[in-house]
Design a protein around this ligand. Structure first.
Ligand code: T5A
Length: 213
């Protein structure tokens, strides 16, 4: 007997939006509801993609130009999809990913100016029309996100970029939510973690037809 395909949910947003926090809370809620779930992240998620993650996050800000960066990210994504996400979904496991392809459109496209149609073509080349069933975009003012990220750890290559860059990212994510209403839900992430959790679970229940208690 073949298992019913799992559902793929990506959690997106700017630095410090609370993505990792909400991935953990959502995975716990799915697990409590008896739904098999695997939490993962990008860049990374598979051994090969985690190796690429280290290349991307360490070192000087100008270590990679934006196109090289996009190529590395998409190579990591292909490995992550092929080795981790697609096999899990085929076995009926739900996958919740801390970032996915919308981050490339936001950071390398809206943020760093790589043409959006080139990024879309690259995505198709790497993973075809594979896409999340639901994308939750956590939205909050840039200052709040950067302050949260700074409290948590030292800045990485991306967090060191200037405020204008982070504002472009926010507007990019908002634009993607507006352009893809069937797939994306925009959630106000400026509230406390439990309030945000409530909104995320409500979106999953409404869009994917499950009850999370
Ligand atoms: N990147 C990634 C690209 O450029 N292109 C791509 O295609 C992809 C996939 C990844 C970097 O790579 C770039 C984007 C990133 O710069 P990362 O280490 O994964 O780097 O960093 P981020 O994804 O930005 O994750 P952060 O850890 O910075 O932020 P999160 O996950 O959004 O936030 P989280 O949950 O870790 O929370 C941060 C702090 O805030 C607190 C938490 O306890 C924590 O201390 N917090 C809250 N505080 C108050 N209220 C809330 N609601 C809170 N939620 C969490």
């Amino acid at each position: 007997m073949t298992a019913t395909r799992g559902r793929f949910i990506s959690i997106e947003g700017c630095e410090g939006a609370g993505k990792s926090t909400q991935v953990g809370l959502l995975a716990a809620a799915l697990d409590r509801a008896g739904i098999p779930v695997q939490a993962t992240r990008e860049p990374g998620g598979s051994p090969g993609a985690e190796a690429i993650r280290r290349l991307l996050l360490e070192g000087e800000g100008e270590r990679w130009d934006p196109i090289s960066e996009a190529l590395l990210l998409v190579a990591a994504r292909r490995d992550h999809v092929a080795r981790i996400i697609a096999p899990a979904l085929a076995q009926g496991v739900w996958v919740v990913s801390d970032r996915f392809a919308d981050s490339t459109i936001a950071y390398q496209g809206f943020g760093k100016g790589v043409a959006l149609q080139e990024l879309t073509a690259l995505h198709r080349f790497a993973v075809g029309d594979f896409a999340p069933d639901l994308t939750v975009i956590l939205d909050l003012p840039v200052e709040i996100g950067l302050a949260r990220a700074a409290e948590r750890s030292a800045a990485d290559r991306f967090e060191r970029l200037d405020r204008d860059f982070h504002e472009k990212l926010r507007q990019g994510f908002r634009q993607m939510a507006a352009d893809n209403p069937a797939r994306c839900v925009l959630v106000d992430a400026s509230a406390d973690p439990q309030t945000v959790r409530h909104a995320v679970l409500a979106a999953v229940e409404q869009r994917l037809g499950v009850s999370l208690g």
